[in-house]
Design a protein around this ligand. Structure first.
Ligand code: SF4
Length: 408
């Protein structure tokens, strides 16, 4: 194993570590990573909020270990910490439930195990402190999960645990962004506006990752701003296979790109890679059912710096109000917060979610579905508001056909 810090967290397998206070969750992280990262103390309840540690486990690749507060934490604050531990289930790809040998699973351990099952999460039960309790542990005998006995203190069993993690890491679905719809040798144009929202001196993550995916699939790319798009197209010997744009400039770009060239946006690629393009595209069509006065949730998965003319705060809300012909009531959420009162909203408009992993995005979609609220992402919402939804879905013909033929 070696430390790897440059893969974005949203592209890492998320391994959540649950257990009661003082069963050795933090020591286990230190033993797995072979470093003193997590704060370890004999005082129960040292870990309060979830703590994230990035590393690489070969052959899985980059992972993030999430240390959580004790499931048996007490008092008002303790209950809050337990809720935060449970919320980690929304992003976990694999759960380690750490228990202390010997004995059977306790009620809080059974409860987290059941929640993992409801979410179809693979679970490894880690029986810690086996150096102190050398007898065969009875714990978890009937759970059907992999059970690994370790001692985080001596390192005993840690290699077996890593092997179990590799076995249980359900096919870490490394879904391509766009490479699967390209043929080797295809040329793609990426349109990246450089406006006040663009970070100084670099491209943003979706642009970099898309470029990398194109190169990984033996294709070539040109990158330009929307102002140079016409000249870039003119300079090519043949038409590009695809144009991928920032959705904020959909209108200008759609006017310049020939009708027979496929067009889509970075956020639509993310909708497909991280979430469920079908659900989000149906959400775009649900915009037409909005009425003035309806409540709309604008949800962003991180707390990035916002500009005066911010896409989520200003532009999309203004376009939506214009579309429905009157004012709407907007609420905003950002970062890991996702409101409990989803049922109160007529529509959720979510960002591309480049900073979160597919599990978390899918969990947000599932919460919307459970509350019967349509959900759309920024790119698809803009495409629909600009009247070009069918066109920007054209690289994905099955989805396009299904969406356009389905009643909303
Ligand atoms: S708001 Fe969403 S799309 Fe924008 S940077 Fe944050 S996670 Fe990525």
């Amino acid at each position: 194993m070696r430390a790897l810090h440059n893969t974005p967290r949203g592209n890492r397998l998320h391994i959540a570590i649950f257990g009661r206070r003082n069963v050795g969750k933090s020591s286990l992280i230190n033993a797995i990573t072979n470093q003193n990262i997590a704060l370890v103390s004999d005082v129960a309840g040292t870990t309060t909020d979830p703590v994230y540690k990035s590393m690489e486990i070969l052959p899985i690749g980059p992972v993030v270990l999430i240390d959580t507060a004790g499931l048996d934490d007490q008092g008002e604050l303790g209950a809050l910490r337990v809720r935060r531990s449970y919320s980690v289930l929304n992003k976990a790809d694999l759960a380690l439930i750490v228990v202390e040998a010997p004995g059977r699973l306790q009620a809080c351990e059974e409860d987290i195990l059941n929640k993992c099952r409801e979410k179809n999460l693979p679970v490894i039960i880690v029986v810690n402190k086996c150096d102190l309790h050398p007898l065969d542990a009875e714990v978890a005998r009937d759970t059907g999960c992999d059970v690994v006995k370790v001692s985080a203190a001596t390192g005993q069993g840690i290699e077996e645990l890593k092997m179990a993690i590799i076995r249980n890491a359900k096919k870490w679905e490394d879904r391509p962004l766009i490479g699967d719809v390209l043929n080797p040798g295809d040329h793609v144009i990426l349109v990246t506006p450089i406006d006040a929202a663009a970070p100084k001196g670099r491209l943003i993550l979706p642009q970099v990752q898309t470029l990398r995916d194109i190169l990984d699939h033996n294709c070539t790319a040109s990158v330009c701003r929307e102002t140079e798009l016409a000249a870039t197209l003119k300079g090519l010997r043949s038409k590009p296979a695809l144009v991928i744009t920032d959705s904020q400039v959909f209108k200008q770009v759609a006017a310049v790109v020939p009708a027979d060239v496929l067009l889509t946006s970075f956020s639509i690629l993310y909708a497909r890679q991280k979430g469920d393009l079908h659900t989000l595209a149906l959400g775009a069509r649900a915009i037409d059912a909005l009425k003035p006065g309806d409540k709309v949730l604008m949800a962003e998965a991180c707390t990035h710096h916002r500009t005066e003319d911010d896409i989520g705060r200003k532009k999309i809300p203004a376009w939506l109000c214009q579309h429905v012909g009157g004012p709407l009531q907007f609420e905003w959420s950002s970062g890991s917060g996702y409101p409990d009162n989803l049922r109160d909203f007529s529509l959720i408009v979510h960002c591309g979610g480049c900073m979160i992993n597919p599990r978390e995005m899918l969990s947000r979609l599932a919460q919307a579905r459970a509350n019967k609220v349509p959900i759309v992402n920024y790119g698809l919402a803009i495409a629909h508001l600009m009247g070009i939804l069918p066109r920007v879905l054209s690289p994905f013909p099955e989805i396009k056909e299904a969406i356009l033929s389905q009643e909303v």
